[in-house]
Design a protein around this ligand. Structure first.
Ligand code: GTP
Length: 311
């Protein structure tokens, strides 16, 4: 490509709506990042990523600034190598990767990055382009979080709980471990709704969820099952220890004075507890916890009823 053509090509790149940089290299320097010169960056690149050519004259210095954490830099380097080899094999022109880049304004932005794996327009040059997907990624993560949360109480929902039970069963099978599942139901909750209104009932559910969560470890899982029912999954397979954990939550709830407008009242809860048994599937464990809860309710509530098969 002659000089005039190169200028028109750079001018074309400058006005693209995506960030792009051009790197030049000699055939024998293909693996040496410090020998790969950054020879052009476009306007969108300067707006988003922002490193001037003087700060990043070559690919190695660019990598240092864009990926300051050495482990992540190494991970990205390996990923590009793999993606480039796969693209070559498919006879594709570009390799693609999602990357988190530290930009010159100090912000981390998430990009879908495309790198040419063979020179197509300029001999011994390759173009890397970046599409900013930061906003989309943040939205997707928010939606993903929402899809596993109960909107009212902020604890996990049924969908997530079932996934966790399946995971714990897999773990139990592969490592010969056990876990405890408890069905947790507030006593006479309907009466709270009927007497003081649904909004008051909502506040009770929110407070109780928070009190149960306070006694659990980060490995455990609390989920809203339906209405006033919650499910607590405790990784501890010893039912005696799990029972002590949940007793703490019960004590908190019993000792709590619930306030609604100028009324104060107390709440209790009943728990059906079971532990995973070899050969169980999710339905079986849940069924046993539900049965234990019903037995606890039959005994008048405010009680932890242990399924008799739980050791
Ligand atoms: N405030 C509120 N109430 C709900 C919600 N979802 C379900 N409920 C109510 O929860 C009540 C059912 O609770 P239950 O646990 O079956 O009733 P209970 O009075 O506690 O009965 P026992 O469990 O036998 O003590 C019904 O009145 C539902 O309308 C919710 O999101 N908010």
């Amino acid at each position: 490509m002659v000089k005039g053509d190169l200028d028109s090509f750079y001018s074309f790149l400058d006005h693209l709506p995506i960030a792009a940089l051009v790197i030049s290299f000699e055939e024998h320097q293909v693996d040496d990042l410090s020998a790969q010169k950054i020879c052009h960056v476009n306007f969108k690149y300067l707006e988003l990523i922002g490193y001037p050519l003087s700060a990043t004259p070559d690919a190695a210095s660019w990598m240092q600034l864009a990926y300051p954490q050495p482990e992540y830099r190494q991970e990205i380097t390996n990923r590009w190598k793999d993606e480039s080899a796969a693209a070559m094999q498919r006879d594709d022109v570009t390799a693609k990767a999602i990357v988190n880049v530290r930009c010159n304004d100090g912000r981390n932005r998430c990009f879908e990055a495309f790198s040419e794996v063979r020179s197509t327009i300029l001999p011994n040059h390759y173009i890397i382009s970046f599409i900013d997907i930061t906003d989309m990624t943040v939205k997707m993560e928010g939606l993903k979080r929402q899809s596993v949360m109960d909107q009212l109480t902020g604890v996990y929902n049924q969908y997530h709980l079932l996934q966790r039970v399946e995971q714990e069963i897999e773990r139990a099978v592969s490592s010969d471990s056990y876990f405890t599942l408890m069905m947790f139901d507030l006593d006479f909750f309907k009466m709270i709704n009927d007497r003081y209104g649904y909004e008051c009932g909502d506040q009770v559910l929110i407070s109780c969820a928070s009190m149960i969560n306070e006694v659990l470890s980060s490995e455990d899982c609390l989920a809203r099952w339906n209405g006033a029912d919650f499910i607590v999954l405790i990784r501890e397979g010893n039912s005696g220890i799990a029972r002590q954990v949940i007793q703490k939550a019960l004590q908190k709830i019993r000792a709590h004075t619930f306030l609604w407008q100028d009324i104060s009242f107390a709440m209790t809860a009943t728990i059906g507890l079971t532990t995973y048994q070899s050969g169980d599937n999710a339905d079986k464990v849940l069924e046993r916890a539900d049965l234990a809860l019903k037995r606890g309710k039959q005994m008048g509530g405010d009680f932890v009823f242990m399924d008799i098969t739980s050791g």
